[in-house]
Write a protein that binds this ligand. Structure first.
Ligand code: PMP
Length: 349
């Protein structure tokens, strides 16, 4: 007998963007981290963590954080499930809801690759519906695929586009399974689909503190849905999936909305400049509602450029995936970092 279940033998693991070894200096534009530090209030909360908070097990439901989410987003605190990053909530969703050929996982492509990985692990059959060139949501095909879960990242990665609220509403009203709207990048967008959680019992909206709140290293994300939908997810999640430090720091961070918004505005300004500069170099760049852009180099030689940038100490993301082979996903850095990228690209081209 082999060590692993056949599903695990058959799948490929998720490959995260490269994290440089400590002490290695690079310009890191490959995993959509925020270029600005976390809120000073979050850092103060870190320094004030009491020894007792570490001696004891943490609150399994991170109630203090749920209360802060409730105050900030205007949803009841018991409509919140907290995860060790939003990846944890995605994992819990797939474990709780998907299985085999009957309880499929459905999503439009290209999108966040982890949906595929989690489904392969379960295992659950996947239906990947291609986005058309204009990135209009293929609602009829998604509905026909009849998923136990339909994942929609909005804003989407790697395209950076936002799905209109009315399309999400149409989808949620037409499927019997769960619609999971992944809003990891919502802090850089102009709109959110959060209101749909009150309109539809089958909608969950996922958020993270990794992007807008500059806390990717903390690992804190959450889902918002009605208690009926959350009840099954609570059975599946690890009891102590959020540690005491994450609860304290995350609570202070999410309450500091002004700081988050100030950083997001800076990122949006830099995004506009980066987009314009890339276009000047001949790149095709999609309009983005996130903290990254998807750019097609003038000669389509994306992998070559990715490697040439890496040689110069600049990391961007290259996906060897159908439809993405000729593109680079570039996180928005500080203006200095973006300028260094543009200069490097100028010399490579
Ligand atoms: N959703 C999307 C679309 C993402 O790009 C990411 C970040 N890789 C996540 C969710 C997960 O974020 P985290 O686990 O850091 O909260």
């Amino acid at each position: 007998m082999g060590y692993f279940r056949p599903a695990i033998d058959a799948m490929s693991g998720y490959v995260p963007g490269e994290q440089p070894k400590s002490g290695v200096k690079v310009i890191k534009l490959n995993t959509n981290e925020n270029p600005y530090p976390p809120s000073p209030k979050a850092m103060a909360a870190l320094h004030h963590v009491e020894p007792d908070a570490l001696r004891r097990y943490p609150d399994p439901f991170a109630w203090q954080f749920c209360q802060a989410v409730s105050d900030e987003l205007g949803v009841p605190a018991d409509w919140v499930i907290v995860g060790n990053g939003s990846d944890d909530v995605l994992n819990v969703l797939v474990r709780a809801c998907a299985e085999g050929q009957e309880r499929r996982v459905v999503y439009p492509m290209p999108t966040y690759v982890l949906y595929r990985t989690l489904s392969a692990m379960q295992p659950a059959e996947v239906v990947e519906v291609p986005y058309p060139d204009n990135f209009q949501l293929p609602i009829a095909d998604l509905v026909a695929a009849n998923g136990a879960i339909t994942f929609i990242a909005s804003p989407n990665s790697p395209s950076g586009h936002t799905v209109p609220l009315d399309d999400l509403r149409k989808l949620a009203g037409s499927v019997s399974g769960i619609v999971a709207i992944d809003e990891a990048y919502v802090d850089f967008a102009e709109s959110s689909a959060l209101s749909l959680v009150r309109e539809f019992e089958n909608v969950i909206v996922l958020r993270t503190l990794s992007k807008g709140y500059s806390l990717a290293g903390l690992r804190l994300g959450f889902g918002v849905a009605n208690p009926q939908l959350l009840s099954g997810l609570f059975k599946v999640k690890d009891s102590y999936n959020i540690d005491a430090i994450a609860i304290a720091v995350g609570t202070a961070a999410i309450r500091d909305r002004d700081y988050k918004n100030t950083c997001a505005e800076k990122v949006k300004g830099s995004r506009a400049q980066l987009t314009a500069d890339l276009r000047k170099l001949g790149f095709k760049v999609l309009d983005s509602h996130t903290n990254f852009v998807l750019a097609t180099p003038p000669q389509g030689n994306a992998e070559f450029i990715y490697l040439a940038l890496k040689d110069r100490g600049i990391l961007v993301r290259y996906f060897k995936e159908t439809g993405l082979e000729d593109k680079l996903r570039i996180s928005v850095g500080t203006d200095e970092e973006n300028q260094a990228l543009i200069e490097a690209l100028g010399s490579i081209l």
